[in-house]
Ligand binder design. Structure first.
Ligand code: R5P
Length: 326
C-alpha cells in the first residue's frame, strides 16, 4: 500500500517551492499541484512559427526549489525539448534547485545496444537532462532500473505497484485461482513482486520480436488452465505484446485475463487493438494522458498524482521517499 499517513505535515504552504508543467500532461500536473495545495507556476510553453519550442517563465523563481512536471510522451521529441528548455530557463532565472519530474521516461527502451551500430538513446537523453541543469530526477517505473545509473544526479524511481495492487485487491479475485503473468522474460522480477503482494502464482511468457513493434509468443511457463490471469507490464505501446499474450493464455484454457501496466503509451492503433482484444480489463495509470474516448471501454485509468505529490513533498523536506512504499 502507498503510505501517505504523514501527508498532512509538514505542508508546502509558504515554502519557497514552484511547480511548472509543459504541454505533455497538464492534467496530471494540476492534480499533483492540488494534492500539494500549491498553484502551478505561470509559464509560456509554445512554439515559434518555425516549429522551435518557445519558453518563458512568467514569475520570479530566484532562490526557489523548482519542479518541472513533464513526461516525455506523446510527440516525444517535442515534449523532451520542452522539458530541457524549461530546465534551462529555470536555471538561467536562478532557481536554487531544479527537479525534473518525469512520470514517463521516453526513449527508455533504447537503453542498450542489441546489435552493432545502434545508439543508447536513453543515455543520451539522461545526459541532455543533466546538461540542461537538472539537480534531481523523479520518475515512475523506469523500463530498466539501470537507467538510474545513466545519471550522475540522484534519481528517485517510484513504483506504481501499490496503486495497481490495491485496485486488484479490491476486486476480490480468488487468490488460489489467480496467476500473475509476465509477458516477457525482462518483466519477471516486476511480475514476481506483484505475485508476492497479491499472494498468488506466477507464470512467464517468452516472446520474440521478429521486427520492431511486432510481438510473437514462443513459450510459456506456469499453470494457466482454469485460472484468472493478470498480465503485468510496464508499458503498453502498440498493444501487440498484450494481445498476443491474451490470446495465448485464453487458448491455453485461462478463464479470464486482466492486464495492468504503468505507462499507457498507446501508440498507433493500440486503443482499437485493446478494445477488440479478448482482455477483460486493462488498468493503467495517468503517467501519460489517456484520451477520454478511450476511458469508456476496457481501459481503466488510476492516478499517480498522490504518489508523485508525496515524492515531491518528501524531497523538499528531505524525508524518506522509500518509506512511501512501506
Ligand atoms: C517490453 O520490454 C515492454 O515491457 C513492453 O512489453 C513493450 O514495450 C510493449 O510494447 P507493445 O505494446 O508495442 O508490444
Amino acid at each position: 500500500m502507498l503510505v501517505l499517513e504523514e501527508a498532512a505535515q509538514p505542508t508546502l504552504e509558504n515554502e519557497n517551492i514552484v511547480l511548472f508543467t509543459g504541454n505533455a500532461n497538464p492534467r496530471l500536473a494540476q492534480s499533483i499541484a492540488r494534492y500539494l495545495g500549491l498553484p502551478l507556476g505561470s509559464a509560456l510553453v509554445g512554439r515559434f512559427t518555425n516549429g522551435e519550442t518557445r519558453v518563458r517563465i512568467e514569475e520570479n523563481v530566484r532562490g526557489a526549489e523548482a519542479y518541472v512536471i513533464q513526461p516525455t510522451c506523446g510527440n516525444v521529441n517535442d515534449t523532451l525539448m520542452e522539458l530541457l528548455i524549461m530546465i534551462d530557463a529555470l536555471s538561467r532565472a536562478s532557481a536554487r534547485t531544479i527537479t525534473a519530474v518525469i512520470p514517463y521516461f521516453g526513449y527508455a527502451r533504447q537503453e542498450r545496444k542489441t546489435s552493432g551500430r545502434e545508439p543508447i538513446t536513453a543515455k543520451l537523453v539522461s545526459n541532455l537532462i543533466t546538461t540542461a541543469g537538472a539537480d534531481r530526477v523523479v520518475t515512475v517505473d523506469l523500463h530498466a532500473g539501470a537507467i538510474q545509473g545513466f545519471f550522475d544526479i540522484p534519481v528517485d524511481n517510484l513504483y506504481a505497484m501499490p496503486i495497481l495492487v490495491e485496485y486488484f485487491h479490491r476486486k476480490n479475485l480468488k487468490r488460489e485461482e489467480l496467476v500473475v503473468v509476465s509477458p516477457d522474460a525482462g518483466g519477471v522480477n516486476r511480475a514476481r513482486a506483484y505475485a508476492e503482494r497479491l499472494d498468488c502464482g506466477l507464470a512467464i511468457i517468452f516472446k520474440r520480436r521478429p521486427e520492431p513493434d511486432k510481438a510473437e509468443v514462443t513459450e510459456i511457463v506456469g499453470e494457466i488452465e482454469g485460472r484468472t490471469c493478470l498480465i503485468i507490464d510496464d508499458i503498453i505501446s502498440t498493444g501487440g505484446t498484450l494481445s498476443a499474450a491474451v490470446d495465448t493464455l485464453l487458448n491455453l484454457g485461462a478463464r479470464e485475463v486482466y492486464a495492468a501496466a504503468t505507462h499507457p503509451v498507446l501508440a498507433g492503433d493500440a486503443i482499437n487493438i485493446i478494445e477488440s482484444s479478448r482482455v477483460k480489463e486493462l488498468v493503467v495509470t495517468d503517467t501519460i494522458p489517456v484520451p477520454s474516448s478511450a476511458r469508456q471501454g476496457k481501459i481503466t485509468v488510476l492516478s499517480v498524482d498522490a504518489l508523485l505529490g508525496e515524492a515531491i513533498r518528501r524531497n523538499y523536506f528531505n524525508l524518506s521517499v522509500s518509506k512511501l512504499f512501506g
